[in-house]
Design a protein around this ligand. Sequence first.
Ligand code: GNR
Ligand code: NI
Length: 168
Amino acid sequence: MALLPILEFPDARLRTVAKPVAQFDDSLRQLAQDMLETMYAAPGIGLAATQVDRHIRMLVLDVSEEQNEPKVLVNPSFERVSDITKPYDEGCLSVPGFYETVERVDQIQVHAQDLEGQPISFVADGLLSVCIQHEIDHLDGKLFVDYISNLKRQRIKAKLEKLHRSRA
Ligand code: GNR
Ligand code: NI
């Protein structure tokens, strides 16, 4: 087990579009375990491989109260079940300390594979739906700050750059 460093906005590596997973092997399962450990330690409710500088299409999440229901989705995709959207106050481990309201589709049909390559399909709504859409955005090089105004995003960028300078 290992804790992995999490990339932070505006790191250009967060803009990488992740490649589909083709090999369902022990190294993939090891990465999933390390990502779960990193997510729980943060703490967070989701983590995309992109955030730990691994540019493959895999995400982990756990939206349960007790944080005891880990889920791993490989090669995830979704389609909207209805066009109803809902606002949610989103945060991101790659944008630490900032929260902004984002509108997303409420109900989605999710398709993915598990760590053995077996197909998974389910309908998600509420926080699970928000989280999956947020994580798939990461795999496409997108961040929740892309949905807010340029002015707000520039302010967040300046504050995080300052934080990063003070850490160095
Ligand atoms: O821990 C997280 N909380 C969260 C809250 C609202 C909407 C999305 C999220 S995901 C985030 C963890 C993270 O950054 N995943 O990429
Ligand atoms: Ni995030």
